[in-house]
Design a protein. Structure first.
Ligand SMILES: [Zn+2]
Length: 190
C-alpha cells in the first residue's frame, strides 16, 4: 500500500507528478544525496550571525537599495524547516516619542549554516524580497528572480534537500564548527 509520492513528499507539493516521481526514484535507490552533492559539492562559509548580517547587508545594498535598513539578522536554531520559507522577516513596531518606529529583522533557520552557497542565497533573497512585497504573489517572485535569476530552480532543489533530510536524518554539508564559536547564542530581545 503506497500513498502517492506527492502526498508523502510534503516539501514537493505543488510540483508535477513526473518531477516528484524522479525524486522519489533517486530516494528509493539511495542516490538522492549523491545527486545533490554532485551538483553542489561544498558548503558556504557564512558561519556566524555577524557573517550572515554582512552577507545579507551586501545583497541588500546590491539589489534593494531602497529597502529599509535591517536592525538584526541571525541564524535561529528555533526555526524549523517546516515553515514555507524557512526564515522569517518581522517588523517590530514601537512608539518612540511620538513616532512609530519599525525595526526590521531577518531570521534564517540554523540548518542554513550547512548548505551550499546557492541555497543560502536563495533563502536570503526570499526574506529580503519580503521587505518590499509581503505576500507570495507575482510581484514577490519577480523580485526574487531579479535578485537571483535561478530562484525557482534553487527553490526546487532546496526542497529536494529538505526531503532528503527528512527521510535520511543526515545533513549533507555538515562541517565542524571553527573553534571559539558558540552554538548557544540566544536570540536576545531587541
Ligand atoms: Zn515568504
Amino acid at each position: 500500500m503506497t500513498a502517492p509520492a506527492t502526498r508523502r513528499l510534503k516539501y514537493l507539493q505543488g510540483y508535477c507528478g513526473d518531477t516528484v516521481a524522479r525524486v522519489e526514484q533517486l530516494l528509493l535507490a539511495n542516490r538522492l544525496g549523491d545527486w545533490l552533492q554532485n551538483k553542489y559539492p561544498a558548503a558556504h562559509q557564512v558561519r556566524t550571525d555577524k557573517a550572515l548580517y554582512d552577507y545579507v547587508q551586501q545583497l541588500r545594498l546590491a539589489c534593494l537599495r531602497g529597502a529599509e535598513p535591517l536592525a538584526k539578522v541571525l541564524f535561529d536554531s528555533k526555526l524549523h524547516a517546516v515553515q514555507h520559507a524557512l526564515g522569517t522577516h518581522t517588523s517590530i513596531s514601537r512608539v518612540q516619542g511620538t513616532r512609530l518606529k519599525a525595526k526590521r529583522e531577518i531570521r534564517i533557520a540554523a540548518l542554513f549554516k550547512e548548505v551550499p552557497p546557492e541555497f543560502l542565497k536563495m533563502i536570503v533573497v526570499h526574506e529580503l524580497a519580503h521587505l518590499k512585497e509581503r505576500a507570495h504573489d507575482k510581484a514577490f517572485y519577480q523580485l526574487c528572480s531579479y535578485m537571483e535569476p535561478n530562484y525557482h530552480q534553487l527553490d526546487f532543489e532546496l526542497r529536494v534537500y529538505l526531503t532528503y533530510l527528512e527521510q535520511s536524518g543526515t545533513r549533507l554539508w555538515g562541517q565542524p564548527e571553527p573553534p571559539g564559536i558558540s552554538e548557544n547564542r540566544t536570540a536576545a530581545g531587541s
